[in-house]
Design a protein around this ligand. Structure first.
Ligand code: UTP
Length: 287
């Protein structure tokens, strides 16, 4: 079945960004002039997705407003003949539908994804974490690369990358057999292991192709690492019945969920943008 739907969990508390996240979603932090979640939705849309569900929570209203139509602003820009700006605020066109649902209690990523059960129905779907941006090295976005792997293998795919030893404790880690360049057959997964217990340094990052059977598996998961309902634990249950592949996507991933990660993303995006680079030179930010 063709993949048409994406789920974007963006309900987390964002404690690494406190005190800012007390009143502002980290997904609305700017990467240059666009919020993080704009880049994530754009990747989904450019990968052929037409139906998107964003999981939000109390205090995340700004995300809903961002993707809504703003008639007053549009009228104002029309009066001022600002056609370029009008184009910029009408973000993804009418053939893309963006829906929202609230996770009432932030019980973890697995729990957040369970909110999407009705939206997903009986179709395979992609998940893109709302604070992970992937800049692709080619024309093909990471999500599209993963959909293509799914179309060949017809089983769930998890996006992975090699992580440095000192960061192993922050990731779900895959134990798998390499079966092709950039593709592993998953044997097991461990959420946030200490380095000595980690089966590899292949870390799960914020992109997945999942099948509806994942919802039954999430329902069986007991709170794990950090007291949360972990998606990795649900994937381990699913892996008992279904093959799962781990795919090393072609692209550069930015975790914008920490202050240093967000800063790094902005600096690199600015340095990659010729116009912004000139402005930074003018202000003596770079040579
Ligand atoms: P993180 O692990 O980054 O957690 O979640 P967090 O709460 O957002 O941030 P920190 O660690 O406290 O700083 C990964 C993704 O899962 C979503 C987050 O919004 C993020 O996109 N998430 C996490 C939920 O949607 N609900 C949750 O209960 C937890």
């Amino acid at each position: 079945m063709k993949i048409r739907k994406a789920v974007i969990p963006a309900a987390g508390f964002g404690t690494r960004f406190l005190p800012l996240t007390k009143s502002m979603p980290k997904e609305m932090l700017p990467i240059l002039n666009k919020p993080v979640i704009h880049h994530v939705v754009e990747e989904a849309v450019r990968s052929g997705i037409k139906e998107i569900l964003i999981i939000t929570a109390t205090g995340k209203r700004a995300i809903e407003d961002y993707f809504d139509h703003n008639a007053d602003l549009e009228n104002h820009l029309t009066k001022k003949n600002k056609s370029k700006e009008i184009e910029e605020i009408n973000i993804f066109g009418d053939d893309v539908s963006i829906h929202f649902i609230r996770q009432k209690e932030q019980k973890g990523l697995g729990h957040a994804i369970s909110m999407a059960k009705c939206f997903v129905g009986d179709e395979p779907f992609v998940v893109l974490l709302g604070d992970d941006i992937i800049k692709s090295n080619t024309q093909k976005h990471a999500t599209k690369q993963m959909i293509d792997v799914y179309d060949k293998k017809k089983c769930p795919i998890i996006g992975v990358e090699k992580v440095p030893d000192e960061k192993i404790e922050s990731y779900g880690i895959v134990d798998g057999d390499k079966i092709e360049e950039n593709l592993y057959l998953v044997k097991n997964m461990v959420e946030k292991p200490c380095k000595k217990d980690a089966p590899s340094n292949i870390g799960i990052i914020g992109r997945y192709v999942l099948i509806p059977e994942i919802f039954e598996c999430i329902a069986q998961v007991k709170p794990g690492a950090g007291g949360e309902i972990q998606l990795t634990d649900a994937l381990c249950i699913l892996n008992k019945k279904e093959k799962i592949h781990a795919f090393v996507f072609d692209g550069k991933r930015y975790d914008t969920g920490s202050v240093e990660g967000w800063l790094k993303t902005n600096i690199e995006y600015a340095c990659d943008d010729e116009c912004m680079k000139k402005r930074m030179k003018l202000h003596e930010l770079i040579k």
